[in-house]
Write a protein that binds this ligand. Structure first.
Ligand SMILES: O=C(O)CCC(=O)C(=O)O
Ligand SMILES: [Fe+2]
Length: 298
């Protein structure tokens, strides 16, 4: 079978047409979907109507599921009966949030602050606002390829320090601060800024809003480079912005994309999204001369 697709932008993304991911799939279709995913980095399915169990079952075709840890003591992160499902929501029930509000309001890839970041994430729009609430995605292959020769030389083989501890309150001012136990559970990590995708072996730019410092670089210079690289990634030439409708499912590859939930006035309408997350592996950079650089805890 050849699954029909429609490209979402010149940079990345494919909409999978005439396909119901809630149905049982055979191995050849799963293999074809993975091939499309590796080529286009994000997949979009529309008009999906499924249960949490079906969402989980479909995600399992792509790998092992990751269970998101709690962030801050008062906030529920996952569905009670389905810990594999992470809740991104501004909805409240009895005055209490039902999920994480304002998740991902800034360019990042999921789990970049951990030694083993997440391979992929699959977000399902349950309630989506008419105004605002889009998510932008960037191809970090394209962003890397477009860098100048001198910038490529500057970052080749270098790593950046990613820190949940340093950045938690800055990236999540609306959440409780990390407890001392959580700080110990989220140690800083050095990741190669140029990352080699473990399946396609293509190089991409690996940086994001949890990055705070660059190896062997004065602190201010490193911060400026992180900012410049992050701005570069969000250039329209490398991105696709998704306007959500209920029933949309987007699967993205965190190894070669970044995403950003675009900030908007979230006091007006409900936005309720359910996400499964795929377990990943330790990032590395493989240079053409055989040099291999791996992520390491600080
Ligand atoms: O709500 C969104 O659009 C994306 C939030 C996010 O960063 C995530 O779920 O990983
Ligand atoms: Fe995210």
């Amino acid at each position: 079978m050849t699954i029909p697709i429609r490209r979402l932008s010149g940079a990345l993304g494919a909409e999978i047409l005439e396909f119901d991911p809630a149905k049982t799939l055979d191995a050849s279709i799963v293999a074809e979907l993975r091939e499309i995913w590796l080529e286009h980095s994000i997949l979009l399915f529309r008009d999906v109507d499924w249960t949490p169990a079906q969402h989980i079952a479909f995600t399992r075709h792509f790998g092992k599921l990751h269970i998101m840890p709690r962030i801050g003591t008062e906030v529920p992160v996952n569905l009670k009966q389905y810990p594999e499902i992470f809740v991104v929501s501004n909805v409240e029930s009895n005055g209490k949030p039902v999920g994480i509000k304002r998740a991902g309001w800034g360019w990042h890839s999921d789990g970049e602050d951990k030694r083993i970041p997440n391979m992929g994430s699959m977000l399902y729009g349950v309630e989506t606002p008419k105004v605002g609430g889009e998510t932008s995605f960037a191809s970090t292959y394209k962003a890397y390829e477009a860098l100048s020769k001198s910038t490529k030389a500057l970052i080749k083989g270098k790593r950046a320090r990613f820190s949940r501890v340093d950045m938690h309150q800055i990236n999540y001012p609306n959440l409780p601060p990390l407890t001392e136990t959580e700080k110990l559970e989220r140690p800083d990590v050095w990741h190669p800024i140029v990352r080699t995708h473990p399946e396609t072996l293509r190089n991409c730019l690996y940086i994001g809003r949890w990055a705070v410092e660059i190896e062997d670089m004065p602190q201010e210079e490193g911060k400026k480079l992180i900012k410049d690289l992050t701005n570069h990634i969000s250039n329209a030439n490398f991105t696709y912005t998704h306007k959500w409708s209920p029933g949309d499912v987007v699967l993205w590859d965190n190894r070669c994309t970044q995403h950003c939930a675009i900030p908007y006035d979230d006091s007006l309408e409900s936005r309720h999204m359910l996400r499964t997350t795929l377990e990943g592996d330790i990032p590395f950079y493989l240079a053409s001369d055989g040099q291999r650089i791996e992520s390491a805890l600080v």
